[in-house]
Ligand binder design. Structure first.
Ligand code: F6P
Length: 345
């Protein structure tokens, strides 16, 4: 067999470990992997080359994806789905493994429902795919947030400031909650729980009055705070209809508002794509390897329309349609625990 593999959507730690596992697993059973370039764009435009075992040697520790990625949606490209179908012929593919989050796997689910031999692998640093306990890329992002918190604390302490760290997360506060908890944040703000500027200001004042020299606020880019008005830049939506959240400037707006409300000098930092780049954590490399190998096994068994997910400590196959059915937001009890473990004032 010739099996295509693509990575779609935002890159993240652990993608290369998944690609490596797929290529090695295929080679062991005498099959060829074709690396499709730049996500669904490569399937629309028939861009792909065979990937050899030597080509994937030593890539597990690399961030990003050696295949390139894009947010191309075949549904939004003229004749896109027909062109994807044609690429199966042009590149002589017997099957396709799509590594991605809800957008990329949403396309995979539709193609599988239309009869194409497609299998998925779940990745997204946002960790918001339903059906899996964790996605490739999540713990790498958490690690970056944690170490940013550690580093920001010393400068915040030195200047007796409040530091607002804006992290990714449009609809889900997984990265903010886990990163903030690991990094010892004093306030964590997520899209799932609307808050008020006054309440945050009160917490910061109480901390100052109790003698703490600094406060660290971790805010997800998609959080909603009464008293802070922000807007995403007009017209900047991707092919899946998502607005560019960083253009809201929530972290900056919050730091300004907190300075005015409390008199505590406040600064903002947007962590941005540092959450997605650099060497993946061991967890993401191992999850990438396990789910990549499991996806290859599903292809070999002819079980299309499926995606291997993490359930507890096991990797189990579930239908793609189940994995993309709903956005998995953070359970509020977990968020409230993280919030309750911030230092009391
Ligand atoms: O892939 C998801 C994500 O990391 C979101 O959390 C974030 O809002 C978005 O990507 C940023 O996208 P881009 O890299 O296209 O600016």
């Amino acid at each position: 067999m010739r099996i295509g593999v693509l990575t779609g959507g935002g890159d993240c730690g652990g993608l290369n470990a998944a690609i490596r596992a797929i290529v090695i697993r295929a080679a062991h059973s005498g099959h060829t992997i074709v690396g499709v370039q730049d996500g669904w764009a490569g399937m629309v435009e028939a861009r792909g080359e065979p990937l050899s075992v030597p080509a994937v040697a030593g890539i597990s520790g690399l961030g990003g994806t050696i295949l390139g990625s894009s947010r191309t949606n075949p549904d939004k490209v003229p004749n896109g789905v027909e062109r994807v179908r044609a690429t199966f012929q042009t590149l002589e593919l017997d099957a396709l493994i799509a590594i991605g989050g809800d957008d990329t796997l949403g396309v995979a689910a539709k193609l599988a429902a239309a009869g194409l031999p497609v299998v998925g692998v779940p990745k997204t640093m946002d960790n918001d795919l339903s059906a899996t306990d964790a996605c490739i890329g999540f713990y790498t992002a958490v690690e970056r947030v944690m170490s940013a918190c550690d580093d920001l604390r010393t400068t915040a302490d030195s200047h007796h400031r409040a530091l607002v760290l804006e992290v990714m997360g449009r609809h889900a506060g997984w990265v903010a909650t886990f990163g903030g908890l690991a990094g010892g944040a004093d306030v964590i703000l997520v899209p799932e729980q609307r808050t008020k500027l006054d309440e945050i200001a009160t917490r910061l004042r109480a901390r100052r009055d109790a003698g703490y020299s600094s406060s660290l606020v971790v805010v997800a880019e998609g959080a909603e705070i009464d008293g802070i008005e922000t807007q995403t830049a007009a017209g900047q939506v991707d092919a899946f209809g998502h607005a560019q959240m960083v253009s809201r400037g929530l972290g900056e707006a919050l730091a300004d508002a907190l300075s005015r409300a409390t008199g505590i000098e406040s600064r903002a930092m947007v962590l941005g794509h540092l959450q997605r780049g650099g060497p993946p954590t061991a967890f993401d490399r191992i999850l990438g390897a396990r789910t990549g190998a499991a996806a290859m096994d599903l292809v070999l068994a002819g079980r299309f329309g499926m995606v291997p997910v993490l359930r507890g400590s096991e990797i189990v196959p579930v239908p793609l349609s189940e994995a993309v059915a709903a956005n998995r937001t953070i359970p509020l009890d977990l968020y409230h625990l993280a919030d309750a473990l911030t230092a009391p004032a």
